[in-house]
Design a protein around this ligand. Sequence first.
Ligand SMILES: C[S@@+](CC[C@H](N)C(=O)[O-])C[C@H]1O[C@@H](n2cnc3c(N)ncnc32)[C@H](O)[C@@H]1O
Length: 219
Amino acid sequence: MPTFTGEQATHYDSRITRLVPGYELLHQLTNAQLLATLADNAHILVVGAGTGKEILALAALNPTWQFTAQDTSSDMLAIAKQAFEEHGIAKRVNVIEGELDKLSTKADAAVCLLVMHFLKDDGSKKQLLKNIKANLNKGANLFISDLMKPETDFEREAQITVCADLGLSDAGQAYTAQNLESEFYPLDRMRLSELLNECKYGIPKLYFKALGFSGYVVK
Ligand SMILES: C[S@@+](CC[C@H](N)C(=O)[O-])C[C@H]1O[C@@H](n2cnc3c(N)ncnc32)[C@H](O)[C@@H]1O
């Protein structure tokens, strides 16, 4: 997994849109569904909140939503915290650094975008999904997006082509092609459904697909 420290954190916001085809659309579609489903007093758990982009956008969508921003990288969260202050929303966000544990407030929805694919399927993914479930109110949706196992033998190559179109340098393309093989632990749809089922979630509904990246909503 990338370390998400130092330059990987400071350059994150400018790099990620070149690495994930449809990054902004994924967030837009996720946020629109949260807006469609949540009340004004909702509490949203953002797992792997990173530099805080999701929360900034969601806080602007509804001025009374409250958030928990959890992440294991203090460098990513330092950027997030500064952004929350700058946008005057710090009081609405409970920031948690470290692995997700039991929170004092249960959430009305959870968002976990581009995080679980970095965890091995050795019990680590399952633990994360269980921890999220334990912090959700009954009937709450989880929006989760990850790099999946390729469904064709040309999908990854096409993904790098799109990254080039999005402005990724030649060196970045070579590095990314290698990283997709070595730094991610992608699942196929069947295994994802199985894991979700083992963690007491229902049937995941696909709402986003851009080559290797899929987004599902599940409760
Ligand atoms: C690719 S970034 C995604 C950030 C943000 N969700 C987004 O969509 O831009 C992955 C984030 O997951 C965090 N992360 C990795 N393992 C984690 C874990 N077990 N629990 C929570 N966050 C984790 C990393 O520190 C990093 O900030």
